[in-house]
Design a protein around this ligand. Structure first.
Ligand code: NAG
Ligand code: NAG
Length: 115
């Protein structure tokens, strides 16, 4: 009876110790709830075209530009090109570039499967 209670207590203590290690090693990214600061930003709109970009203190960067193609025709379409970069919870910097136009949305990145 006493040995099984002691065994259960020891298992619980060991279990909680094991669980605390991954949390500690990830705390730099997961537990930092401070609001990232905007380091730079730019925004331009002109004649159906636009572009913008921004960068924040958490390592995030995004830029996008759009151009109106075939303006005034029935084939009028906005052609968008952009990219975003962020640091994942694993500490790795991920970059995605994308295109969105009359042929749909396509995203590219080293971590994104190609097909
Ligand atoms: C963004 O738009 C502005 C104004 O139209 C233009 O001068 C600038 O070259 C554009 N920047 C990019 C990166 O396309
Ligand atoms: C949390 O993040 C901010 C900005 O991203 C950074 O300045 C600060 O040092 C971080 N704090 C910790 C405890 O990592």
């Amino acid at each position: 009876m006493y040995t099984s209670v002691a065994f259960i207590l020891a298992s619980l203590l060991l279990g909680s110790n094991c669980l605390s290690y991954p949390q500690r090693s990830e705390s730099k990214y997961v537990k930092n709830n401070s609001v990232p600061k905007i380091i730079s930003h730019e925004n331009n709109i002109a004649f159906g075209n636009y572009n913008f970009s921004y960068e924040t203190s958490d390592g995030t960067h995004r830029e996008e530009k759009a151009e109106l193609k075939n303006a005034g025709t029935e084939n009028e379409a906005l052609a968008v090109q952009g990219s975003y970069t962020y640091i994942g919870t694993d500490g790795v910097t991920y970059k995605v570039t994308y295109v969105a136009d009359e042929n749909g949305y396509r995203a590219f990145g080293e971590h994104i499967p190609k097909n």
